[in-house]
Write a protein that binds this ligand. Structure first.
Ligand code: NI
Length: 403
C-alpha cells in the first residue's frame, strides 16, 4: 500500500508501486486488513463495565440509569477516551456512537485520532425533546465534517418506545434539511414489538415506515424481532441494519435473523453496542459470535460464511456510518487499517487466513492500527493517548458515578 495525505494511492505488488515512500512500515509476519467498523456503540458506557451483569433487563436498566443521571461532560470524555484506547488496540478504526454530552465525545474522537459517526440520543420523556433535538442539530453544525472529515453527525431519536411520532417527524425533517441521517434502535426485543403493536397496531419497522423516517439514511441498531414484511421494508428502504450479537445474547433479547436479512438484500453491519451490555469492545469476538450464532441457531454450518462476516465488520459498517471511502484497501480509499500478528500461536498455521480472522483471532493479536493514514497504535504503544492518564481518569469518573 502506498499512502499519502491519509489516502491509499496504490494497492498491489511492491514491484508495481509507482514511487518510493519516505517512510516504510514493515508488515512482515503480519496480516493487513481494513480497520474494523463498529457500527453501533455507546462509547462512554465503558465507565459502566461490569454493572448488573446477570440481571433482568428492567433491573439492569435500574442500575444503569442512576449512574447515567450523574454523568457530566468530563465523565463522557474520560469514558470515550477509555473506549477509544480499547478500540484502537483491537483494530477498530471507526465507530457509530449514540449518547449524551456529545461535544465531549467529539473531543475524544479528535484527540484519539479515530473516525466516528456521532449523534445525540433523544428520549421524549420529560417534555424537553425539542431542546435535545436542537442540541443534536447544533452538534451537526459544530462537528459534521470536522477532524479532516473523520467526524460525521447524525440525529438520534433513541427508539420507538422512548419517543413520540411528533419527535420522529421533527427529527426526520431536520435530518433531511441537513442532508444527514438518523441512528436509532429498532425492534431490539419481542416485548418492544408487542408494546408498539398495542400503541399503534403495527410493528416498529412498519411504524417508522408509516411516519416517513426511512426517507433519510437510517442506522437501525438490532432488528432482532422482525418478521418477513419488516425485512422487506428494511431492504426496500436500504436501512443499514446493525447486528449486535454479544449484546443481544447477554440481555437475552433473541437472535436477529441476519441470514434472512442478508438474503433479502440488506447490507447488515456489526456493532458491539455499549460496554454495559457486552463488557468489552472487541469486534473480533463479535465476528465469531455473529457466525456461530446463526449456524447454531439455524443448525446449518453453511449459514454464515467467513467472507460475509468480514464484510459485516468492515465495508458494511463503513457504509452504514456514511463513510463511503472506508472499509476496503484499494486506491482512492482512506487509509484505515490494521495489522495482525500472523505468527501468534492462535493464528498458526495460517492454512485458511480468513477462517483464522473470524474464528481464531482476538483483538489482542492486533499490532498496528492506522486511521486516515496516521498510526494510532503500534506494538502495544499508543501514539495519540497517554495510557496511564486515560486509565486513571476513567477510574476516577467511574467512582464519581457511584460505581
Ligand atoms: Ni444501543
Amino acid at each position: 500500500l502506498l499512502i499519502r495525505d491519509g489516502a491509499i494511492l496504490y494497492a498491489g505488488e511492491r514491484s508495481g508501486c509507482p514511487e518510493a515512500a519516505q517512510e516504510v512500515i514493515d508488515g512482515k509476519g503480519g496480516i493487513c486488513m481494513p480497520g474494523l467498523c463498529n457500527a453501533h456503540a455507546h462509547a462512554a458506557m465503558t465507565l459502566l463495565r461490569g454493572v448488573g451483569s446477570d440481571l433482568q433487563l428492567q433491573e439492569w436498566l435500574q442500575q444503569i440509569w442512576p449512574a447515567e443521571d450523574r454523568l457530566n461532560g468530563e465523565h463522557v470524555y474520560n469514558g470515550t477516551m477509555l473506549a477509544a484506547m480499547e478500540m484502537i488496540s483491537r483494530g477498530i478504526t471507526s465507530f457509530a456512537d449514540q449518547y449524551f454530552f456529545m461535544d465531549d465525545t467529539a473531543r475524544a474522537v479528535v484527540d484519539s485520532g479515530m473516525r466516528a459517526n456521532l449523534s445525540r440520543g433523544i428520549v421524549s420523556t420529560g417534555g424537553n425533546d425539542e431542546q435535545k433535538l436542537q442540541e443534536g442539530v447544533r452538534l451537526f453544525e459544530d462537528w459534521n465534517g470536522a477532524a479532516d472529515g473523520r467526524i460525521k453527525v447524525y440525529l438520534a431519536p433513541h427508539a420507538e418506545y422512548t419517543t413520540t411520532p411528533d419527535l420522529i417527524h421533527r427529527a426526520t425533517r431536520a435530518a433531511a434539511r441537513l442532508n444527514t441521517g438518523i441512528h436509532i434502535h429498532i425492534s431490539e426485543t419481542p416485548r418492544e414489538v408487542e408494546e408498539c403493536r398495542q400503541r399503534y397496531g403495527i410493528s416498529p419497522v412498519r411504524y417508522f415506515e408509516r411516519e416517513g423516517m426511512f426517507e433519510v439514511p437510517v442506522i437501525g441498531a438490532h432488528c432482532v424481532a422482525v418478521d418477513d414484511e419488516d425485512i422487506a421494508i428494511l431492504a426496500r428502504r436500504q436501512v443499514k441494519v446493525v447486528h449486535n450479537p454479544a449484546s443481544n445474547m447477554k440481555l437475552a433479547s433473541g437472535v436477529a435473523p441476519v441470514t434472512r436479512m442478508m438474503a433479502a438484500g440488506i447490507d447488515v453491519a456489526l456493532g458491539t453496542d455499549g460496554v454495559a451490555s457486552n463488557n468489552t469492545t472487541d469486534l473480533f469476538a463479535d465476528m465469531k459470535l455473529a457466525a456461530i450464532l446463526q449456524k447454531g441457531f439455524l443448525m446449518d454450518p453453511t449459514a454464515m460464511p467467513v467472507e460475509k462476516v468480514l464484510h459485516m465488520a468492515t465495508r458494511a459498517g463503513a457504509l452504514a456510518m456514511g463513510f463511503e471511502n472506508v472499509g476496503v484497501l484499494e486506491a482512492g480509499m482512506r487509509a484505515d487499517l490494521l495489522i495482525l500478528d500472523k505468527d501468534a500461536p492462535n493464528l498458526t498455521p495460517s492454512t485458511d487466513v480468513l477462517a483464522n480472522l473470524v474464528y481464531a483471532a482476538q483483538g489482542l493479536n492486533v499490532r498496528l492500527t492506522m486511521v486516515d493514514g496516521k498510526v494510532l497504535y503500534k506494538n502495544g504503544e499508543y501514539l495519540t493517548l497517554d495510557k496511564e492518564k486515560v486509565l486513571f481518569e476513567a477510574q476516577k469518573s467511574a467512582h464519581a458515578l457511584g460505581l
